[in-house]
Design a protein around this ligand. Structure first.
Ligand SMILES: [Zn+2]
Ligand SMILES: [Zn+2]
Length: 237
């Protein structure tokens, strides 16, 4: 087996281009660590060995702790491309919440850091897989509500903030219900991010504009229940 055949087996997690052999230092697209790279992407992407092997929650946490991204959809799509994040499942709830809080933090208008990310992780543990069908509540809507509570300090004793958190979560749920069909955790996450961004702008005058489009959805072939033309993010890839 020659070198070219070996190179052909590796593709960039971020942009799917063929990786090329390297002996230079590169910065990890997820955790930001700089190290001597074995393979790099022609577009400059690199994934360090620790991130290649990281369990999903750990990868989400360390990526969001160092991210400078102000576009929550950009954060979510980067995380979702990693093979540790399955197309469906409760980890997509955590991706939604972390992506929103990371973009809010990086906007400079919300003073949050590692303790808030930790708090989100703890709260999101209760949003388990399949609750959209068994509880009538999607974990991506809970993610919007959790982020709202964290940044406004809302509790069950709050007045206006509590109502507004409920309203954000219910608006997300309504958007997901309007699409219909069996669950798609990517569609739910994209809608939750879109609705939350509009709500933060409208109610708090905090702007975290979405500059990365999730359409056409690159995950459609991985989801055997893909809603195809019923989904606002579906398109030929
Ligand atoms: Zn790449
Ligand atoms: Zn890394």
């Amino acid at each position: 087996m020659d070198t070219i055949e070996i190179e052909d087996q590796y593709f960039c997690i971020v942009c799917s281009q063929h990786l090329t052999v390297s002996s230079e230092e590169a910065k990890c697209s997820f955790c930001g660590k700089k190290e001597k790279a074995d393979y790099v992407c022609p577009a400059g992407h690199y994934v360090c060995e620790a991130c290649r092997l990281a369990p999903a929650a750990n990868l989400i946490k360390k990526t969001c702790e160092v991210s400078n991204e102000t576009d929550p959809m950009g954060v979510a799509l980067l995380l979702m491309k990693h093979p540790a994040i399955p197309v469906n499942g409760s980890i997509n709830h955590l991706v939604t919440a972390f992506s929103l809080l990371t973009a809010l933090r990086n906007s400079g208008k919300v003073n949050v850091g590692k303790p808030e990310l930790k708090r989100i992780e703890q709260r999101m543990k209760n949003a388990s897989q399949g609750i959209c069908g068994s509880w009538g509540v999607c974990g991506c809507a809970i993610a919007g509500g959790v982020v709202w509570s964290i940044i406004t300090g809302a509790t069950y004793l709050s007045d206006k903030e509590r109502s507004m958190g409920l309203r954000l979560a219910s608006t997300i749920l309504d958007a997901i219900a309007q699409v219909g069909g069996p669950r798609c955790c990517k569609m739910a996450a994209f809608l939750a991010i879109q609705v939350s961004v509009e709500y933060f702008e409208q109610e708090l005058s905090i702007s975290i504009p979405i500059s990365t489009t999730p359409k056409p959805c690159i995950f459609n072939k991985l989801n055997s229940d893909c809603l195809k033309d019923r989904c606002p993010f579906y398109g030929e890839v």
